[in-house]
Design a protein around this ligand. Structure first.
Ligand code: ADE
Ligand code: ZN
Length: 337
């Protein structure tokens, strides 16, 4: 199963680029930008990655992002992530970035997006990995700040496919961002939102009804509402689930308790994603392996995660068809072995 998973074509739909900042790169960027760190070494930093909930992670994650200052830093960060994609046979990825994490520190929006975008173009040309970029609003900040961020993004519309909503879910419900999401949709952006990670099932309902999302990020708390579950199945609403993240942030006690396989079998359009791989112990292949090790699951079911992700992605229908064919061929080949 391990080799099947390693070579399975994968599509990632939930990765925060700032969450792919490995301690080694974090240290080398700190040195390059002459920033002193409160840790002695990358190993010491990694040891601090013990979280009890989402907020305890976010505090360390925003601190780590402080080493990102120049366009080259954002390029190097994104390029390092794309190398991991290549190793894991990720053929397409849709990447979140949090501009406010950087603009609030005085880094220009342009610096952030141009660094990331240049690396994504190189990833397409040199590694054959296709990608889309999703701009997230930080939900612990105000609606006005989100509106200002949307304004800053307008000159880069051609580089951003959708807007999203991340950061502290508790206390910051979807309705707080209803107007800015409406403005984003008017500007032609698609929308997604983190919901039902730590927050209630109602946040999933509200993300669908008030924010008009095309997919829900996490969404694992949907099981708390039978009517929502039925609605997700009937509407084929995709959930971008992040198994290792959910264990690291104590959303589930352990991987055996995780509901992703049950949701798949109930017909929910669940996908597997890494969220913040540098902090949660693994990239795409690691997440697939963690699920397969904790649950009895078939190759067909594992491939279904990729098929669901292709369907849920923001690529053209012809690109979707080409990628589905890759998975079909891969499954046919695997059946012969
Ligand atoms: N930002 C980065 N990772 C996140 C997560 N898992 N939930 C909410 N906001 C995030
Ligand atoms: Zn996330």
């Amino acid at each position: 199963m391990k080799t099947f998973i390693q070579s399975l074509p994968k599509v990632e739909l939930h990765i925060h680029i700032e969450g792919s900042l490995e301690p080694e790169l974090l240290f080398s960027l700190a040195q390059r930008n002459q920033i002193s760190l409160p840790y002695a070494s990358p190993e010491a930093l990694r040891k601090a990655y013990e979280f009890e909930d989402l907020q305890s992670f976010l505090d360390i994650y925003y601190q780590g992002a402080g080493v990102l200052q120049q366009k080259q830093d954002f390029y190097d960060l994104t390029w390092a992530y794309l190398q991991r994609c290549k190793q894991d046979n990720v053929i397409h990825t849709e990447i979140f970035f949090d501009p406010q994490t950087h603009t609030d520190r005085g880094v220009a929006f342009e610096t952030v997006i141009e660094g990331i975008d240049a690396a994504l173009k190189a990833g397409q040309q040199q590694l054959g990995i296709s990608s889309n970029l999703i701009m997230c609003f930080l939900r612990h900040l105000s609606e006005e700040q989100a509106i200002e961020t949307l304004r800053q993004a307008l000159p880069y519309k051609d580089k951003i496919v959708a807007v999203g909503l991340d950061s502290s879910e508790l206390g910051h419900p979807p309705e707080k961002f209803q107007r800015v999401f409406e403005q984003a949709r008017e500007q032609g952006f698609l929308t997604v939102a983190h919901a039902g990670e730590e927050g209630p099932a109602q946040n999933i309902v509200d993300s669908i009804e008030l924010l008009g999302v095309s997919r829900v990020d996490h969404g694992v708390r949907c099981v708390d509402s039978e009517s929502l579950l039925a609605r997700l199945i009937a509407s084929k609403m995709p959930l971008t689930v992040c198994p290792l993240s959910n264990i690291k942030l104590c959303v589930f006690d352990n991987m055996q308790q995780h509901n992703i396989v049950e949701l798949l079998r109930q017909g929910v359009a669940v996908t597997i994603n890494s969220d913040d791989p540098a902090y949660f112990g693994g990239y795409m292949t690691d997440n697939f392996n963690a699920v397969a090790n904790a649950h009895t699951i078939t190759m067909q079911e594992l491939a279904q995660f990729t098929i669901n992700a292709i369907e849920a992605s923001f690529i053209s229908d012809s690109q979707k068809q080409a990628y589905r064919l890759l998975v079909d061929r891969y499954l046919e080949k695997a059946a012969l072995i």
